[in-house]
Structure formats: C-alpha cells, structure tokens
Design a protein around this ligand. Structure first.
Ligand SMILES: [Zn+2]
Length: 358
C-alpha cells in the first residue's frame, strides 16, 4: 500500500514536470514581455552617440499559446525596400497568437535612419551598408550599433531566421532567394526545406558567405554562422509597394509557419525550384549615368550588352557586357551610378553537381 502510494506520488510529479516542459512560456525582448497567446509591440532604444542621432528598432513578439520554435522575421535592413515592411504589418495583424505554436519575432524596420531618410544601400549618418557590418559593434557607428542590437536581441534569441529584402529603390528585380550552401550538411538541408517552404522558385546557391561568426557581414549569415537555419529572400523592386510583392512574402511566411509546424494550415512547399549556381553582381567601372538595355528576368548570352555608362556630356565610358550566359535577376533602373556600385546581377542555371544532395 505504501509502495503504491509512493508510486502514485512519483507518477503525479512526472505528469507535472511533463506539463511544465510542454507549456508555452512568456518571451521577453528589450524589456517587453509577451505572455503566451499574445502579441506585443516594443522598441529597442539606441541612444545618440557622437554625431549619430538616437534611433529605434521597432519590433513585435507574437507569442503563441502553445510551445514551438522561435522564428525571426526581419524587414527594412535596407530602408527603401517596402514590400517586406508592409508584409510584416499585415502578418502582425493576421497571425493569431492563440492559434500559433512557438514564437515569431518581427523586426518591423531594422534600419530606421534609412527608412525615414528614404535612403538606398547606406545608412544616413555613417554611410555604411547595414547588411555588411554584422555582427556589429556595441560602441561603433550607427549601422554597427543597430547590427549589434539585432544580433543580441533577435538573432541570438531565435532558432530560425528570414531576412526579408527586395530590390532597393533603384533596382528592378525578379523574386528569388539565397540558399547558403557553405555550411554544415544538416544546416544546409534545413535551409533547403525553409527555402522550398517559402516558395520562391528561383534559388541562388550561395557558397561565398563568410564562415567566421565574428565577421559574418550579413544579417542572415550571422544566424547561419551561429548554427541557425536562415535565408535572405527578395520580393519587390524600385521603391514600389505593389500588392503582388507583398502577398508573395505573406504567402512565403505562411508556408514556413506550416513547415515548422507553428500553424496547422498553409501552402505546401515547392516541389521544383530553379537552382542558380554561378552568379555575379556586375559593378560599374565609372561614376556617371547608367542606361540599362536589359530587363529583369531576361535571359542573356555571354558577351551581351547589359547597359552603358556615360559621362555627364553623354560620352560612353563603358559598355557593360554579360560575363557569362544566364538570367538577369536585377538591373539598376535609375540613372545615377557611382564607381564600384552594382549595375546588374546575373546568374546561370546550376549543374546537378552544384546542388547539395539531400
Ligand atoms: Zn536589401
């Protein structure tokens, strides 16, 4: 009798421990706490320092009622890329935390100085590209401090990450995503599944990302070098806020939520993607005026003229040619160009040998 009683106590204790392990807990970022089944808004505060004005990083925590993975969604790393920012506004309203398993961390505008300053590529203030200064520096310039805050508060706290981009306000871009393949095979496979779940059918095999976590450069790569499945997606272009580009991102996130079992319903993963291997950003050798001669999505032959750069009296300085045959994923669609800046991005179909095996 006594033994049975003791067994009953042990069994009850085990059930209590199991319940505690499977219960969802509160999630805190930057001093803001979301209880299970709630969505809360918060702002990371970056104080003024030197010549840099103070800024904020606005975020939401959508904390599901049930336990599950943590997924970070980041928009506005480049401040003039609007469909990702607007897609997160919609997702914040449409994802019901009571129906969610796990937690979504949404960074609504990573680079607020660039967003409010309507700036492409570079952060007003330090003229750095936020997506080249990760993991950042706590005592650095404004871009480096934003990167440091995002690394600590979001990347270090998440299990999965998607950095949401589009063509910058001067880039005419067709949708695609980057699949990092120079990482451990299980990580590479996890990202393949994330990519197919997101559903963009053009996938760049990215084998050139830095592998040092202390010099990760890119936001997404900061997660990868910390062992977390992550990818960068591109949907939208030319400073527009078009419905198609926004919906494509909403649908992609819905696919990932289903894939990660954070929500029961959602679109099925893509069965077949166009994998792109060799790829190159073609940069300008001159400062001047750019005249594109191709459009996004065009297939071009090796040596084909992509565009011309002229000086300010109209003399041709450079005829820009395709270094190899492939597809134009983006081409600059506005006239200004500075030496060393991108003009177009071309990528060729991957060979079977280039695509990582499952
Ligand atoms: Zn971008």
């Amino acid at each position: 009798m006594r033994t049975m009683f003791r067994r009953a106590i042990i069994a009850a204790a085990c059930i209590t421990i199991a319940a505690a392990a499977s219960a969802q807990s509160a999630f805190t970022v930057g001093g803001v706490t979301a209880q299970p089944g709630t969505t809360v808004y918060g702002e990371l505060q970056l104080p003024a320092r030197g010549t840099d004005a103070a800024t904020i990083v606005p975020f939401s925590i959508v904390n599901g009622a049930k336990p599950g993975p943590v997924l970070a969604l980041v928009a506005g790393t480049h401040g003039a890329e609007y469909p990702p920012i607007l897609a997160l506004q919609r997702l914040r309203a449409s994802v019901d935390p009571k129906e969610l398993s796990g937690t979504i961390l949404m960074v609504h505008v990573a680079n607020m100085p660039a967003f409010l300053g309507r700036a492409i590529y570079y952060t007003p203030g330090d003229h750095k590209n936020l997506n080249r200064v990760f993991p950042g520096k706590a005592d650095g310039t404004i871009s480096e401090r934003i990167a440091d805050a995002i690394t600590r508060e979001f990347i270090d706290r998440t299990q999965y990450l998607i950095d949401l981009h589009c063509g910058d306000a001067n880039e005419s871009l067709r949708p695609y995503l980057y699949w990092t393949i120079n990482a451990s095979p299980p990580l590479v496979e996890s990202v393949r599944q994330l990519a197919l779940a997101f559903g963009l059918d053009h996938v760049i095999l990215d084998k050139a990302r830095p592998t040092d976590p202390a010099a990760s450069l890119y936001l997404e790569n900061t997660a990868i070098t910390r062992g977390k499945p992550a990818m960068t997606i591109e949907s939208g272009a030319m400073g527009q806020s078009d419905e198609e580009s926004i919906v494509r991102i909403e649908r992609g996130v819905a696919g990932v939520l289903k894939h990660l079992k954070m929500r029961a319903t959602g679109p099925d993963p893509l069965q077949h993607a166009v994998f792109l291997g060799r790829n190159q950003v073609i940069t300008s050798g001159y400062t001047g005026i750019f005249y594109p001669l191709v459009e996004r999505g065009h297939t071009i032959a090796q040596g084909a003229v992509i565009g011309r750069v002229t000086d300010f009296q109209g003399r041709v300085l450079e005829e820009v040619r395709a270094p190899f045959g492939g597809e134009i994923l983006y081409v600059v669609g506005t006239p200004p160009v500075s030496k060393g800046e991108p003009l177009a991005f071309v990528a060729a179909l991957a060979t079977a040998a280039e695509i990582p095996k499952k």
